[in-house]
Design a protein around this ligand. Sequence first.
Ligand SMILES: [Zn+2]
Length: 370
Amino acid sequence: MINKERLLTLFADLAETDNPSRQEREICEKLKEKLKALDIPYEEDDAGAKIGGNCGNLYAYVEGDLDLPPILLSAHMDNVDPACGKKAVFHPGGRITSDGSTVLGADDLSGIAIILEALTVLKELQIPHRPIELVFDVAEEAYCIGIQHFDFSRLRARDVYVFDIDGPVGYAASQAPTMISFQAEFQGRGAHAAFAPEDGIHAIKAAAKAITDIECGRVGDTTVNIGIINGGIAGNIVPEHCSLTGEVRSFSEESAHRKLQEIEAKMRKAAEEAGAELTFTIDILCGAYQVDHTEPVVRRFQNACAKLGLPGGLVSTYGGSVNNHFYHQGIHGLVVAPGMNCCHSKEEYTTAEELERAADLVLELILAKE
Ligand SMILES: [Zn+2]
């Protein structure tokens, strides 16, 4: 039922549209046009203004003919950089890549393209279907900041499929971690490095001691990273200030918080020993979830995959997505592979076959009788 040519044309058109985080306007206008052509009413919220972007989250409700609960389908409108001047290059055999100078944008425009193609098929063939809700969010790649300004109370669906994970079509994530970022500010005292070094308190050395004491990488059931260090202003000044930015992830909320307390304690000790002050702040980026495999949203996915001869595999991911946010609003779901590979790199690719299969899957999920 999927029209492969139409799907590929739409994907290429979207992929060749500039869409860095907070600059999704052009993509959004194209989606509005598509929805209008399908007679689907839509609304854009004011998230753009709140996050310093030029576009809000796009929401739509597709009335159904069947007496089945609505399902929510979601994908994000932005791409990681470099997301401007993208070209979709079609290779013999069906592989689709960028021209090598940007990402392709399959993360997550493949998700948007397959949803729209499935909706187009429903309209074209006048197939009776359940009600469908759509959320196309902005600034997902900026730690899901767009969806955090979305009004979840308007959603009627309790089941969601977020089409936003790397890997073969037919797999989905049912578990994702808590992600918490931290920021540490070591405040020492500046002094001339040669005239009066004894008057200084070396903030960089204090921070360095802390970094040495903190284990990074996979640590128990968490992952820990310190990713940014900043400090000092000149080679002849004892550095007054040093800041560290990092993150902790874990499938266990409790473990993540315990690990953060340990990290803070080690930093505090290093600061105290040096006579420096420490300010430690955290930012909870998203909460962990684990969807029970007996839930209808999982069964529907696995049955749809079985019908299409797809594996229907469930995985855990160490990445966060809008699915974390939906889950904590009482809307349970899976992060489903829409046909993206090597995402967040210039080697990113999809294939014509994968996109077609993923669009078939969207249609199957919509038409499922449960
Ligand atoms: Zn994504």
